[in-house]
Every structure is written in structure tokens, then in C-alpha cells.
Design a binder for this molecule. Structure first.
Ligand code: AMP
Ligand code: ZN
Length: 483
């Protein structure tokens, strides 16, 4: 809850909230459709596997946005969907259904029941990830297979209004019937036509027409035969069902702009006759070694891998917030380690130097913090401001403590948690406290170092890390701490 102090500063002195709208490609002053309420829909995960650390950025971004809106006294009603069928590997109409891929990988049969079971498992894993990253649960998690009736009804409306046509393998949206098609990302339809790869589906009138219904043996019954709704229909139908025909904000990753979100706009607006979303916001990609994250490339790191290697959700969230959501960011364990250390130092300031005694927060720093996050969620600036505050001798410790905890309402990296001694007993562990197995690994590593076998010594250091200990080389020998 916001304290009175914030309410006061925001009421009289609040900086305007500016958000970057992909549609206008500019920063816009945020105004709502319905008073102090904000309706927000966010494209969620396809639950055929664990979300990788890149995917999770999309939801940390949604969380920062939601917290910023709440910080500005808006009441947010939001939906994150869970795609449990119909998302093809290609994002368009080609490729394999990702859920089918998941079923094959797990050796499960291609049935709706098996799909449900597989997605149950990865939905739970996703909720766990959101918890570790302190992502506030949305008002609604909408699971695509729970909204089949709404999806079929939406396709029926489009069909009856003449926006679709049927082929032997499905029902397609005819983009020629919606002249505003492609307005997100300024898609040039002529270029799209001439640049299209050889179209496998010769029955499509335009290569950019997209499936709203795919016929197949697996799925649900409909007037167009058995099959399942297209991935884009899921989001239009669930946004309308859970939030209404017109929403304030729609979010997703940048990969959604071109096809998925243009398709959502076309379907929703043709069905309802109203502008679908006022602000379209997109988060950029995370890469590893400047390469796309993908299981097939062997770099599909998920949050469990980070936790096993001794990092927390807070460490990863802190690292994410050091980059602006619209900038690409390149992940490395070195960068994550630096984030972990920085976060640890922040906590140590609160606990050891400020003695966890919170006074009145600094009005000046709160004002600057508010200006930073209201400037299109400038979290790197907010974090830099926190470090500036720590070094600022004109602010006393109790005010520093309170101000940092205040920032944590939006940043949510555990700075207002109850901190206790245990966290700060990390320091150097005495030899007696180190298990024999770790002692052996340390000795082996020392031997490798003496032999100048750096590969082996690095391997052993990683192994030691994975087992929860950190090794630091000093003039007097290795220092061991618990991570
Ligand atoms: P998916 O589960 O494939 O539907 O993707 C879930 C979300 O992750 C979407 O919002 C994507 O835009 C986003 N996404 C996919 N890959 C990355 C990445 N490498 N970095 C950041 N976001 C990503
Ligand atoms: Zn979507």
C-alpha cells in the first residue's frame, strides 16, 4: 500500500506518466479509457516447456508496468493468458503446434487430455517462476482451452460479417477486407506480398491472411468441422471475454508486433467495430552471447538453472531492471553475478549500516524516482538513483532506509523484506563448516591451478558454485563463502 507521503507528492506534484506506444512510435502521455481504472492484456507463455529467462523478461516488464500504474494510483485489472494449444512454431500458420512438440518430447499421446496434463505441469512451473520474480498475479490468468466457446463465437461473428473464407485446411481472415491491417510496426502490405516466401497454402488469397480456425483430427467440434482456433484468435477472444471490447494497454514481446498483434487488431476490431487497444507496448529480447535463446541452440536457460547455480529470482530481476525494457540485453553469468553482488550490497546497507531503521523518506529522491519510472519505466535510472542516494551524505541513514524501501514498491527486489542475520553470515566460512565433499573439490581446484590447468580449475569452480559455495582467490589462498 502507498503511504500518505506518496499520495501527497503524487497529488500535487506528480510527473505525468509517459509510455511508449508501438502504434504511434512515440512517447505518449498516458490517459485512460475509464477513469482511474486501467484494463491491460498481456500475451502470456505457451506452456509446453519451462519459460526461458528471455520469456520471463516479458512478465517482469508487465509487472513493472502494473506496479507503476498502481504507484500512480490507478486501479489495474489485467489478464495474462496461458496458451495451451494452437501456437505454431512459426508464429503464423506454418510449423508444428508447440504443444504437440511438447507431447512428443515427453513421450505422451496426441490427445486433448495429454495436452491438458502437460500444460498443467508447465503452468504450475510458470506460477512458481512468477513467484520467484515477485511478479504480482494478474486479475485473471486465462487459459486458452477454457475459452473455446468464446473463440468459436468470435470466429462465427467474423464469418457472418464476411471477413473470413474457408479452405480445405481451415478458415482464414481476409486481410483485404480490413484496410487498416498492419498498422502496428507500419507493415507495408505490398512489400509483404512481394517478399512472401513461396506459399505452401495455395488456397490463401493473400500470403498474409491468417488462420482463425485450423481443421484437424485433434481439437473441438465446430461448424467448420473438427479442429482448433488459431493462436491469434485466442488472445482476441480472451481479452474481450475478461476485460471487454476496448482496453487501455496491450503488451507482448517485440516478436508479436508483426503478425500476432496485427492479427489481434484485425479480428477484434472487425468483430466489435471498436478500437481494440489504446496503447501497444512491447519488450525487447534477451540474448545470450548475442544469440537468440533457444533450446535447439543449447542455451535455453530457465530460472531453475539460475537457482541451481546459486542465484535468486531477485538477482535476475535486479539484472533485468538495469536495462530498459525497450533495449535488447545480453545475458551472461558474469553480469548476473555482478547483479547479485550489487543487490547483496544494497541489503547490507539497509541491514548493517542503516540498522534497518526507517524514518521519513527523502521527498527529493522520491520525486526523482517517480519522474524516472513515469518516463516510460526507466528502471536503469531508478536503480542509479538508489546508488546515488547511498553515497549522498546530506541524507541521513533512516531516510535512506525508508527511501530505498519505498522504491522497492515498484522495483520489488526484496529490499523491504525482513532481513535477518542469516543473510549476512555469508562472509567467509570457517574451514570446520565446509563439508568434506566441498573441501575435496577446493583441493582439486588448487591442484589444477598449480598445474596451470585453467579449464579444469574453472570447471571445478563452477561445480563448487553449483553446490552453493563461492570461491574467491586471495593472496592468502582461496576464501570460501556460502552463496
Ligand atoms: P512464448 O512462450 O513463445 O509464447 O513466448 C512468451 C513471451 O516471451 C512472449 O512475450 C515473447 O515475445 C517473449 N520472448 C520470447 N523469446 C524472448 C527472448 N529471447 N527475450 C525476451 N522475450 C522473449
Ligand atoms: Zn497474444
Amino acid at each position: 500500500m502507498l503511504n500518505l507521503f506518496t499520495a501527497k507528492t503524487t497529488r500535487f506534484d506528480a510527473p505525468v506518466l509517459q509510455l511508449f506506444n508501438t502504434e504511434s512510435r512515440t512517447l505518449e502521455t498516458f490517459t485512460t479509457l475509464y477513469g482511474h481504472k486501467v484494463l491491460m492484456y498481456s500475451c502470456g507463455p505457451t506452456v509446453y516447456d519451462y519459460a526461458h529467462i528471455g520469456n520471463l523478461r516479458a512478465y517482469v516488464f508487465v509487472d513493472i508496468l502494473k506496479r507503476t500504474l498502481e504507484y500512480n494510483h490507478y486501479q489495474v485489472k489485467n489478464t495474462i493468458n496461458l496458451t495451451d494449444f494452437g501456437h505454431l512454431t512459426d508464429d503464423g500458420d506454418a510449423g508444428e503446434d508447440k504443444m504437440m512438440k511438447g507431447l512428443k518430447r515427453e513421450g505422451k499421446p496426441a490427445t486433448l487430455a495429454a495436452m491438458r496434463e502437460l500444460s498443467d505441469f508447465f503452468i504450475d512451473a510458470f506460477y512458481e517462476d512468477l513467484g520467484s520474480l515477485r511478479i504480482l498475479p494478474p486479475t485473471t490468468f486465462s487459459r486458452a482451452s477454457d475459452y473455446i466457446v468464446e473463440q468459436i463465437a468470435l470466429i462465427k461473428t467474423l464469418d457472418e460479417k464476411g471477413y473470413t473464407y474457408e479452405t480445405s485446411d481451415g478458415v482464414y481472415f481476409d486481410i483485404a477486407k480490413f484496410p487498416k491491417y498492419g498498422r502496428l510496426g507500419n507493415i507495408n502490405l505490398e512489400e509483404l506480398k512481394s517478399g512472401a516466401r513461396v506459399e505452401e497454402n495455395t488456397e490463401k488469397k493473400n500470403p498474409a491472411d491468417f488462420a482463425v480456425w485450423k481443421k484437424g483430427e485433434l481439437g473441438w467440434d465446430s461448424r467448420w468441422g473438427k479442429g482448433f482456433p488459431g493462436w491469434h484468435v485466442e488472445c482476441s477472444a480472451m481479452a474481450i471475454a475478461t476485460l471487454g471490447k476496448q482496453i487501455d494497454i496491450h503488451t507482448g514481446g517485440i516478436d508479436h508486433i508483426h503478425t500476432h498483434h496485427n492479427a489481434e487488431i484485425a479480428q477484434s476490431e472487425c468483430a466489435t467495430g471498436k478500437t481494440f487497444a489504446k496503447y501497444w507496448m512491447h519488450s525487447e529480447f534477451i540474448t545470450i552471447d548475442s544469440t537468440k535463446i533457444s533450446k535447439s541452440l543449447g542455451n535455453g536457460i530457465n530460472l531453475r538453472h539460475l537457482i541451481e547455480a546459486g542465484y535468486s529470482g531477485d538477482d535476475y530481476r535486479y539484472w533485468l531492471l538495469t536495462a530498459h525494457y525497450r533495449s535488447p540485453a545480453n545475458f551472461s553469468f558474469d553480469a548476473l553475478k555482478a547483479a547479485k553482488q550489487a543487490l547483496y550490497r544494497l541489503k547490507r546497507h539497509i541491514y548493517e549500516e542503516y540498522k534497518n531503521i526507517s524514518g521519513k523518506p527523502s521527498a527529493d529522491y522520491i520525486k526523482r524516482f517517480h519522474a524516472a519510472i513515469n518516463n516510460d519505466l526507466d528502471t536503469p535510472k531508478a536503480i542509479a538513483l538508489m546508488w546515488e542516494l547511498i553515497k549522498d551524505d546530506t541524507v541521513d541513514n533512516s531516510a535512506k532506509c525508508a527511501t530505498i524501501k519505498h522504491f522497492d514498491k515498484v522495483l520489488a527486489i526484496g529490499l523491504s523484506d525482513e532481513l535477518d542475520d542469516a543473510l549476512f553470515k555469508l562472509g567467509v566460512v570457517s574451514v570446520d563448516d565446509i563439508p568434506d565433499e566441498i573441501k575435496q573439490l577446493i583441493n582439486d581446484r588448487e591442484a589444477a591451478r598449480i598445474a596451470r590447468n585453467w579449464d579444469e580449475s574453472d570447471r571445478l569452480r563452477t561445480l563448487i558454485n553449483l553446490k552453493g559455495y563461492t570461491i574467491e582467490d586471495s593472496a592468502s589462498g582461496p576464501k570460501i563463502s556460502k552463496s
